[in-house]
Design a protein around this ligand. Structure first.
Ligand code: GRF
Length: 215
């Protein structure tokens, strides 16, 4: 089966992009990254892509009059690269309704909490303030509902009483770097199905097999 062509959208550091690039470097991995798009020329992740020989494109959002024009330019670049699945990895732009409609069920995002808890920004601070004992990372489909699309997979990590935002962020990030390549693998193996109930099913995996618990 041909490798799934993924496009990765970033705005910054790109540690999740790096995890995906490393996974895709294995010859038997069922996906490849066809293009990395950043809305910021100074995004650190662009260097990771270049190091792996993956094409990059900078589409500065400020060059466009409105969100939809920017979204269409990003989409055109993804289409030109033959992208089948869009992976958001620290992409800090909110889409116009046009983009999720154009790529319906073909955009995923990674978010550093166990959704639906703690949407938006300052997520680890929200988790610490709430006093939760468990947090983690979620990969979900992207819809117009910010951080609200159907959940594909989650990884849980403990929250310790002594945690700072920095220590919790680092623990969650480590889980993200394991979870995102796993989900990309599932998409590459064409095992991800959206059930009628808006539930995401991974063929061949029992529901609780999708949870990575790392106490
Ligand atoms: C990650 O925590 C991700 O969950 C969130 O933004 C951060 C991006 O980090 N959406 P990086 O750029 O992948 O290092």
């Amino acid at each position: 089966m041909a490798k799934l062509k993924a496009g990765v959208l970033i705005s910054g550091r790109g540690s999740n992009l790096l995890a995906l690039l490393e996974a895709c470097a294995a010859t038997d991995f069922p996906a490849e990254i066809a293009l990395v798009v950043s809305n910021r020329a100074e995004a650190g992740g662009l260097a990771h892509a270049a190091r792996f020989g993956v094409p990059t494109k900078v589409v500065p959002h400020r060059d466009f009059a409105d969100r939809e024009s920017f979204d269409r330019a990003v989409s055109t670049a993804l289409e030109a690269a033959g992208v089948e699945l869009v992976c958001l990895a620290g992409f800090m732009r909110i889409f116009s309704p046009w983009f999720p409609a154009r790529w319906a069920n073909r955009i995923i995002n990674i978010h550093p909490s166990l959704l639906p808890s703690f949407k938006g920004l300052h997520v680890q601070q929200q988790a610490i303030d709430a006093g939760v004992r468990v947090s983690g990372a979620t990969v979900h489909l992207v819809t117009n509902d910010l951080d609200g699309g159907p959940i594909v997979a989650q990884a849980a990590v403990p929250v310790h009483p002594s945690d700072s935002v920095a220590t919790l962020t680092a623990r969650i990030l480590e889980a993200e770097h394991a979870l995102y390549p796993l989900v990309l693998r599932w998409f590459g193996e064409r095992r991800v199905r959206i059930a009628q109930t808006n539930r995401v099913i991974i063929d061949g995996i029992a529901p609780d097999g999708a949870l990575l618990w790392r106490p």
